[in-house]
Design a protein around this ligand. Structure first.
Ligand SMILES: *[C@@H]1O[C@H](CO)[C@@H](O)[C@H](O)[C@H]1NC(C)=O
Ligand SMILES: *[C@@H]1O[C@H](CO)[C@@H](O)[C@H](O)[C@H]1NC(C)=O
Ligand SMILES: *[C@@H]1O[C@H](CO)[C@@H](O)[C@H](O)[C@H]1NC(C)=O
Ligand SMILES: *[C@@H]1O[C@H](CO)[C@@H](O)[C@H](O)[C@H]1NC(C)=O
Ligand SMILES: *[C@@H]1O[C@H](CO)[C@@H](O)[C@H](O)[C@H]1NC(C)=O
Length: 422
């Protein structure tokens, strides 16, 4: 009921300030979302009830944005459970092709999980926006998500974007361990400056994304004119999936330097801006170009040219995925059996359960409960005694990934300007 009031109030306002605050409406994981008010944007969030400790001696904090479209509610919930850790922040988002009821059901499902409520770190965007993955509305949606996550709580270190067809290849304890020793300003992004053919094919092609100004998802259209290659900045491109530092997201969102804003305006008329925008901002900024690691830690099979949708992954690719040292893989089809294999063999997640970590295992638990968990049976109750969310307990995968990212960071330090090496 409350949601309908929010939606109807939202459509009733039109001034800039109110539109801004309406854009920030999110549904918290706890029943306290019933107290959502319009007067003060900070009250629109679920305030975390248990705040993770921050500092060099504590593990980092990830901020996840999980986005999907019509029919993705269940996949998003499954992915959320596979990447959940009480330290992290999560923002779930269904685009404008989803129905009001689907978004509401997603918010209610999150609300009904005891653990999400207890830590208050899962938020669902109540109001949806039109998005075309090929157009600049997708870039606007990602920047909006980063802005929301910065507003909810600035205490995170890295921003990780996932779609409903992604899945982790490593547990959060292992991922937090791998990132623990890295400088917190590193950006994991796959890029190259070899954009010759892209410039001819796409960068110079002017496109308009009507999803920016229509309520429904609407396909982009191409202008008949083209424009010349810019000479005020160099264009870089690569995979749209990345792990970006908080400092860099603040730079892009708050824009005290004009570069991110100028490039945003330029890329709003480019096809697939998510494959170029962040890469180009990073590599053209003196402040951030030294922070790039040319690896997005994703496993994606693309033996074809860019922009062809990559192969769906299935059990035939399981061994290659596991050997890849990637933290995430994509895309998967809904309920593909390989996801269950990842759940059982890597994450040790029982169906519909969370991935257990030391935040849940170590505390308030005795051997008989541990034995049950080993059997992947009723584990929710065994987590009722959680306490120490600041300790992580990595397994062999975490140790391996840590060695890998440390090697990347060490190689990176030997290069003078990583953007010129590609
Ligand atoms: C996995 O997908 C590939 C095509 O990408 C197909 O050739 C193969 O048979 C599939 N394997 C399984 C186990 O479905
Ligand atoms: C261990 O936990 C189980 C289930 O909560 C409880 O029945 C049992 O008494 C506990 N044992 C000890 C030694 O605390
Ligand atoms: C594990 O599950 C199996 C099958 O449900 C059951 O037979 C076995 O006793 C369980 N083991 C433990 C330690 O609970
Ligand atoms: C980036 O690295 C190069 C070479 O190591 C160095 O000369 C330059 O000062 C660094 N830039 C910043 C902003 O730290
Ligand atoms: C890419 O960078 C290399 C090294 O700086 C340079 O030689 C090459 O011309 C660049 N290519 C393009 C297309 O800008």
């Amino acid at each position: 009921m409350r949601m309908s009031r929010i939606l109807s109030c939202a459509s009733g306002y039109s001034t800039g300030i109110l539109v801004f605050s309406i854009g920030l409406i999110v549904f918290g994981a706890s029943s306290s979302f019933l107290q959502i008010r319009f007067s003060n944007t900070t009250q629109e969030f679920q305030i975390p009830t248990r705040v993770p400790k921050k500092g060099p001696e504590y593990p980092p904090i990830f901020s996840y944005w999980i986005s999907g479209t019509k029919g993705d509610k269940d996949r998003i919930l499954r992915l959320l459970k596979a990447v959940y850790h009480p330290r992290n922040q999560y923002l779930l988002n269904l685009d404008a092709s989803s129905s009001y009821f689907e978004r509401r059901r997603l918010a209610l499902s999150v609300e009904s999980e005891k653990i999400f409520q207890a830590f208050g770190n899962v938020n669902v965007v109540g109001r949806s926006q039109a998005v075309d993955q090929i157009g600049s509305s997708a870039l606007a949606a990602m920047l909006h998500a980063a802005a929301l996550l910065l507003q909810i709580n600035r205490d995170w270190d890295w921003f990780i974007t996932l779609s409903a067809s992604d899945y982790p290849l490593i547990s959060q304890d292992d991922l937090l361990h791998a990132f623990n020793s890295l400088p917190r300003d590193m950006n994991f992004i796959d890029y190259t400056n070899k954009t010759g053919w892209k410039e001819r094919q796409r960068i110079n092609q002017i496109v308009i994304d009507p999803s920016l100004y229509f309520q429904e998802n609407t396909p982009i259209f191409h202008a008949s004119e083209t424009r010349e290659t810019p000479d005020a900045f160099r264009i870089f491109g690569g995979s749209p999936w990345s792990i970006l530092s908080r400092a860099f997201m603040e730079y892009c969102v708050h824009g005290w330097d004009n570069l991110p804003r100028k490039l945003l305006m330029y890329f709003s008329n480019v096809e697939y801006p998510l494959e170029s925008y962040f890469h180009t901002v990073l590599c053209n900024s003196d402040e951030f170009q030294n922070t790039t690691l040319n690896n997005d830690l994703r496993f994606i099979l693309s033996d074809t040219s860019p922009h062809v949708e990559p192969h769906f992954l299935n059990t035939s690719y399981y061994e290659r995925m596991v050997r890849s040292k990637a933290a995430f893989a994509r895309p998967f089809q809904d309920d593909d059996p390989v996801l269950q294999k990842v759940d059982e063999d890597i994450l040790r997640r029982r169906s519909d359960g969370l991935v257990l970590g030391s935040w849940c295992l170590d505390i308030g638990m005795n051997q008989s409960v541990k034995a049950n968990i080993g059997n992947l049976t009723s584990k929710e109750d065994s987590c009722s005694g959680w306490d120490n969310i600041d300790a992580i307990n990595p397994g062999p995968d975490g140790v391996k990934l840590k060695a890998f990212v440390s090697k990347l960071a060490a190689e990176r330090r030997l290069q003078s300007n990583p953007c010129n090496q590609q």
